[in-house]
Each structure stands twice: as C-alpha cells, then as structure tokens.
Design a protein around this ligand. Structure first.
Ligand code: SAM
Ligand code: DTB
Ligand code: SF4
Length: 345
C-alpha cells in the first residue's frame, strides 16, 4: 500500500510560500500517480479537505477576445493558422462588447473573467485596449484573467498597472514531449513568461492538456515542473484534449477517464493550496468522471456553453450536476477580491 504519511508540506520550502513543497522528485510523483486508485484518491481528498471546502467550486468564464489566425502551430489548437480547422480569424473585440459579455457572466455566477487571444504575443498597438478591458471588467467586480501568449517585461508592467489579477499561460505537457506538439516556441520560453508574470506580482494560472498521446510520465513531469516553480500557480487548469477536426491531434486516442482522474489527484497533492480547474473537455466526460475529479481535488470549472471556440456544458447541465453532487458555486469576497473558501494551513 502507498505510504499515506508523506507530507505535502516541508521545512525545506522557501520562506513566503507558507511551507508548501517545491522539491518534489519525479519518482515520488510517479509513485503517487501509479498508486492503487483508492489510496491515491484518499490522499488527494484528504489534502483537499485540509485546505478547501470540498463542496464549493470556483467558476470562471472565458471569452475569446481575438479568435483564430494564430502564428503558432500548437497541434491541439483550432486557432492555429497552420491547421485547417475552419475557425475564422477575427480582429480584437471592441471594449463595449467585452464589457457586455462580462456583465452577463457575472449575472450567471462567474467570479473570474478570463479573456483569451489567439496570439503568439500581443502587439504594442493593442496594449491600450487590453488595459481598458482589464480596468472595465474589474470595475464590474469580477476578477480578471488574460491569456495572450508570451509577454515582455513592458507588457507585464502595463497589465499589472491596469489591475490584471491573473495571467494564464499553460506549459501544456512535459518538456520532453513539448516539441512533439509545438515547434514554433520552446518550453523554456513558456517558463520565461511565467517568471515575468510572477516577478511583477500577478497571480499565475498555469496547467496543461492531457490526452495528446503523451505517456503517463509526461503528465507527471508536467505537474512536477509546476509544483517545483518558486511559487505554485494559484490556478492549475487541467484540460482534457478536445480533438478538433483539421488539427494534427484530431485522431488522438481519448485518455482513459481514470487516468484523467489520477492526473487531477496528483495536481491536488503536489499543489495543495492551488485551485485545480477541471478545464476543457467536460462535454466528453460522464457525470461520474466529473464527480471523481471533484472528489480528487478539482475545485474550479469554466462555465458557459462555449470555451474559446469549443463547446462546454451549458448552465442547466452544470446546475443539475451541482445539485446531484451537493456542490455550490464559490462566491468572491468583495472586500478583498479573494475567494472566500480558501483555508489557511
Ligand atoms: N494563445 C495563448 C496561449 O497559447 O497561451 C492563449 C490561448 S490558448 C487557446 C490557451 C490554452 O488553451 C492552451 O495553452 C491550451 O492549454 C488550451 N487549449 C487550446 N486548445 C485546446 C484543445 N483543443 N483542447 C484542450 N485544451 C486546449
Ligand atoms: C485553459 O487552460 N483552458 C482554457 C483557458 N485556459 C484559456 C482554454 C480551453 C480552450 C479549449 C479549446 C477551445 O475552446 O478552442
Ligand atoms: Fe495560438 Fe494559443 Fe492556439 Fe497555440 S494555443 S495556436 S498560441 S491560440
């Protein structure tokens, strides 16, 4: 039986990160991933209960503020100009439309608004409008998140000044498997942008995709990389590949649902205080799989029937699932802007 006594916290952690571990070895993480399912889930759920209300789920809403025509060649993505997925390219959305959509999201219960652009990196000429979006969405009482590709120090400084709360930038897979999926940028460039965002004092949202033909070791390595960053990402989105026709990964074999749950559980154990988001791919998951993910430590989802370009369960479907599971949406504490269910160790 797996040793359930190994601590998730240790004295060797750096000051300022409240005693969380950043020294996970690949072997330790692999052993957890491969443990008997009940042992793994018991431990992940125990960690989850220690730091969070297990029946509360944070809800984020996505908006694609600039769709398609992207110069990068990410093998999974419908928005790459390299793939014939049929997604039409658009210009950057007008401010008023973004704010209208954000108001609707707030009324539907979202607490965080995540604006995504199909760019390798933003252009200088777009920065004023992007900053105005951040300011406007924040003024509505929503947490703000953007995902715009790679950022320079100057971009990061401007977004931070505008009040951007979170930056999403996924590492997507292991360093080893990265070049099988993306050739137009490197894993190291991804880590550089994450370091810049952290340095500027913004919260980090970083995760990846499973079901891209990677080995279990790649999932483990991806999570170890995230957990061993100087500070854990506050949000860790775990996406199940949505296999989009026309992309190189259109024919990827669907990941076994229990392996997906194992990935969520490992993320929870390695990063005990992070929000682990059950992200893209929920329309291809049974209620039972989602329920196991919530038990294993997932405590955040995207709501609304569209992600960026792909489908997501509609609000009624999610409301029914939440009712069956006795889950409730998390509210954000309006005084601090912080989620109000995170518990300190
Ligand atoms: N262009 C920016 C970037 O790559 O960082 C932001 C947008 S990009 C669409 C955001 C993330 O969505 C990707 O890093 C990837 O993890 C996820 N994603 C994109 N297409 C996906 C798919 N078909 N299935 C699952 N996740 C996907
Ligand atoms: C993340 O990890 N998943 C979201 C968000 N961050 C930007 C995006 C999912 C995209 C799914 C495919 C699509 O909608 O095109
Ligand atoms: Fe572009 Fe982002 Fe899609 Fe890659 S994941 S092709 S960078 S939009």
């Amino acid at each position: 039986m797996m040793d359930l006594r190994t601590p998730e916290t240790s004295c060797s952690s750096p000051e300022g990160d409240r005693g969380l571990r950043h020294d996970w070895t690949r072997a330790e993480a692999q052993a957890l991933y491969e443990a008997p399912f009940n042992d793994l889930l018991y431990r992940a759920h125990t960690v989850h209960r220690r730091f969070f209300d297990p029946n509360t789920v944070q809800m984020s809403r996505l908006l694609s503020i600039k769709t398609g025509g992207c110069a990068e060649d990410c093998g999974y993505c419908s928005q790459s100009a390299h793939h014939a997925s049929g997604v039409a390219a658009t210009k950057l959305m007008a401010l008023e439309r973004v704010l209208d959509e954000a108001k609707r999201a707030r009324e539907a219960g979202a607490t965080r608004y995540c604006m995504g652009a199909a760019w390798r990196s933003p252009k200088e000429r777009d920065m004023d409008l992007l900053c105005a979006m951040v300011e406007g969405v924040r003024a509505l009482g929503l947490e703000t998140c953007m995902t715009l590709g790679m950022l320079t120090d100057g971009d990061v400084a401007r977004l931070k000044t505008a009040g951007l709360d979170y930056y999403n930038h996924n590492i997507d897979t292991s360093e080893r498997y990265y070049s099988e999926i993306i050739t137009t940028r490197t894993f190291a460039e991804r880590l550089d942008t994450l370091a810049r965002v952290r340095e500027a004092g913004m919260k980090v949202c970083a995760g990846g995709i499973v079901g891209m033909g990677e080995e279990p070791e790649d999932r483990v390595d991806m999570l170890v990389t995230l957990a061993n960053l100087p500070q854990h990402p506050e949000s860790v989105p775990i996406n199940m590949l949505i296999a989009v026709p026309g992309t190189p990964l259109a024919g990827a074999e669907k990941i076994d649902a229990l392996d997906f749950v194992r990935t969520i559980a490992l993320a929870r154990i390695l990063m005990p205080k992070s929000y682990v988001r059950l992200s893209a791919g929920r329309t291809n998951m049974s209620e039972e799989t989602q329920a196991l993910c919530f038990f294993a430590g997932a405590n955040s989802i995207f709501v609304g029937d569209v992600l960026l370009t792909a489908e997501n369960p509609d609000e009624d479907t999610d409301a029914q699932l939440f009712a069956k599971l006795g889950l409730k949406p998390q509210e954000t504490d309006p005084r601090s802007g912080e989620p109000d269910n995170a518990q300190d160790a």
